[in-house]
Write a protein that binds this ligand. Sequence first.
Ligand SMILES: *Cc1c(COP(=O)(O)O)cnc(C)c1O
Length: 357
Amino acid sequence: MSRFLKKQYENLEPYTPGEQPQNIKLIKLNTNENPYPPSPKVIQAIEGANLEDLRRYPDPGVVNLVQAIAGYYQVDTDQVMVGNGSDEVLAFAFMAFQNPEKKIYFPQISYGFYPVYGDVFGANWEGIPLTEDLRINPEDYKNLEGTIVIANPNAPTGIALTLDEIEAIVASNRENLVVIDEAYVDFGGETAIYLTQKYDNLLVIQTFSKSRSLAGSRIGFAVGSSEIISDLNKIKFSFNPYNINKLTILAATAAIKDKKYFRQTRDKIMKTRENFGKELTNLGFTVLPSSANFVFCKSNQISGLKYFTELGERNIIVRHFNKKHIRDYVRITIGREEEMVKLLEVTKAILNEGDIR
Ligand SMILES: *Cc1c(COP(=O)(O)O)cnc(C)c1O
């Protein structure tokens, strides 16, 4: 730390991203990326780009993409804003929607970025514990005083609340903003986007990183009332008006238009998840019911850390959180069918090494 750092940041604990080893051949199931490439239409769009045009700034209003997303969800264009990954949209939301007298509430076990954004933007925040079986109890989020952020499906459990449960939370908090982070919703959850037409205290955030195979392009978006969206744009234009680069705009616009490819790849991932979950259960694992492109599971034989380490030694990387309540578990991204078969083989070998707890 230099002597120039602002006092407020002295003890700031940054977010720890999953490992991103470059140029090494391994089975990478640690950061919930899509195992399939982006739609061929995306690749065509980028290949067809006029690269000389990169000398110019991109469209700060990101109009083409905003229109494509608004059209897809049948909302007005002034109800949509896009960010450099949904992480940026979440950051803008944490910056914009806080009040020193009130808190920002989110589940104690959820996306690791929420407490970091709370800290970096100086918010007063509180993590609400999950139930014993690692679920969000909707009752805990009713009639609060402050902004509420819920990942649905939750991470890293993969468990989803129903749309009715989300609506009940939103309806009981008309004076609070409720932010629903739907990074994984396409893999089996129900989106709350349509509820934004009925409730002006709801903001839904999604990403192209998971279900649209564009983690490397950095693109996320928010849907809400035009007033909330205009607040987010106020922050964006005070921070980085050109937050989406030209190639990303082309990629994301092509991706959202290719519904067929989206459905095909999503369906494959969901099918692989069901098969993989069954196989893991047969091997004595507890597998939480997942509505996401990953499973959160624990072995009845070896610890989470041991399983994680043993897999790593065999060039398979998954995610382990050394954190109270969940350290017995590992989170495994759903990859291609053949990657999951390999992982199961390796798991059997690890378990057969005998009592290695
Ligand atoms: C992956 C993820 C994000 C961030 O996605 P980007 O769009 O890549 O920034 C946000 N929320 C949750 C819960 C995630 O898992």
